[in-house]
Design a protein around this ligand. Sequence first.
Ligand code: ADP
Ligand code: MG
Length: 722
Amino acid sequence: MSNEKDVTADEPSNRTETDELLECLVAVAAMHHHDATREALVAGLPLEEGKLTPGVLGRAATRADLTARLVKSRLSQLNPALFPVILLLEAGRACVLLNLDLKNGQAEVIFPELGDASSIVSLSGLQDAYSGQAAYVRPKYRFDARGPEVKKQRSRHWFWGVIRENRKLYRDVLLGSMVINLFAIAMPLFVMNVYDRVVPNAATETLWVLAVGIFIVLCFDLALRLMRNAFVDLAASRADVKLTSSIMSRVLGMRMEAKPASTGSFTATLQSFESVRAFIGSATVVALVDLPFVVLFAALIALIGVPLVIPIVVGAVFVLLYALAAQSKLHELSETTWRIGAQRNATLVESVGNLETVKALRSESRLQGSWERASAFLSRTAAQLRLVSSSVTSVALWTQHTVAVAIIVIGVYLIIEGDLTQGGLIAAYLLSSRAMAPISQAAGLMAQYHQSSTALQSLNDVMDKPIERVEGKAYISRPVVRGDIKFDGVSLSYPEAERSALNDVSFRLKPGEKVALIGRVGSGKSTLSKLLLALYQPTSGAVLLDDVDIRQFDPMQLRRHIGYVPQDIALFFGTLRDNILAGAGSEGVDDETLLEALRLSGLESLVKSHPHGLDLPVGEGGSMLSGGQRQAVAIARALVSAPTVLLLDEPTSAMDHASEEALKKNLTRFSEEKTMVIVTHRTSLLSLVDRIIVMDAGKVVADGPREQVVEALRKGQVGRAN
Ligand code: ADP
Ligand code: MG
């Protein structure tokens, strides 16, 4: 393996190309005076190769209080009243169309790669590049605090709102169902006429006419049923994509304070969306539509013979009463099932995630025991649940048959009395099963509904959790340039923690200052870093960056300028390169910067000596690398985006002496102009800093120039908090 191997030879070269669509959106936003930064527009959106795609343009536009609507239209047919409009060009490019002069065959456009200036181009040239799709981007009206809030307008429900978007489809489904129900009358009529008219008179011609007629009705019925199922499915899958992506973005945007304590049980909640999906995707939902037709069928039976309706009414009331009686039991059981399922999943995720530790500590039997107990309980309740819900459908079926028998018995008496024909009896029998079917279906639906409603309820709770990026809040959109950090009387209590982790912490770091944060375990050093990253918000006091409260920064924008090496390093499944570039954001990184980051972090030798180079897989969580290597990756990841502030939480705790020395040398060079905060226990790293802050029990107990604090520590003059 050659040591000269160029580690970035296969780096795709388009990484640093401009994202033209995004640039266009920024330009249009500025024209409408809705300024927004690139980070804020695409924060958390799924990009392709780091670029905005037309599919998510609308979501990006919402961030700047704009709406974007994609249209397929010829250039000449675009509506000039809605200019400027973004034109999608061939090969994923884009430009902003300001003006169209059809008479002279010219157009005024802004090409993002040429900056803000507009240029006049010939219409035919533009036509050639135009892909046929354009996006109208219009401002939404911005309410201020004086506009009284209307709850509905402020936020539509995440679930029902999306379902409502498909109301046209559902309307068609309803229409189809009605027609299907009307068709259902045809069969009993056919049979009745055959018995009463055709058979006594041997009228085979009439028979054939009737048969052809009923055959045509049956064909229409089939077509309608197929269409109805397809429409329900279409509506469900449309909603599915939207709903799952809104759930995911809610999860990713969640405030850390709101993060649930258990990963496993939380993921179980998210997966329970499947049962909601199955519910809205099943055609049984439309069974409710059939319910009113019970009355129609009953009325038809009454036409044939009034006493024949009595069994139907009694049967329907009985089934519905039984289903209602089962409700509370079903509700209770499905909630229990759901809770124990989530808890069991929590055990599973925790054990699989920490398999090494589990084995090393011989905790297998404890976990196995807790799994088995949960499983046994789960299967017991699940069986009960199935029993109760299947009893509802069985009782409904039993009733349906009993009603049929009753109708026949009553019918025979009516025939004897001469009030009913034989054909009438058969028709009434057929109609009775049609009348009872929707009732059984509704009863079955009630049983199924509980599982989904429990899932929906728990998803509701997730969707109600506070998120970091508040919609409609105008974040300031300027980069962190100086790196002037100020903690002003900051206190923080973690949710559900008894003691506050930070207690009235105040200090100020000048731009370019290098500071070490030291203190005993649990003194609040890592907490302090998390506050600076706005992962948590102070319970009282404020953190300021460049003299601006960090709550005013868009979180993405803020973190973009802080290079952070966490104490517990998590890498993502993928290659070394993926992990390093994970910190680079949407604007990408050129090869030179990447190489520099490798060199600074000490990863260069690993990359050069390994056959896979930068494509070395790191495994989930970085499990294929050593602790020190993981730290080096985290450092490269922090440096690659050229941050203004460096925040290193015990960056060398897993490194050997030589690696640490090399890193120290590199950091001295790299951090020259930057504000740097190092949390450390290693005295050797102290030579990197000019100032030391000592923390104890969430308080600052000493703060001063390095020599002075070291001296005071040596003499034992630094006290403890309380
Ligand atoms: P250190 O100085 O060792 O980095 P930390 O800042 O990590 O200490 O922790 C400070 C205190 O806050 C500790 O008492 C710890 O128990 C508590 N703490 C840290 N993280 C959390 C959390 N996510 N939830 C609740 N308490 C926490
Ligand atoms: Mg710590």
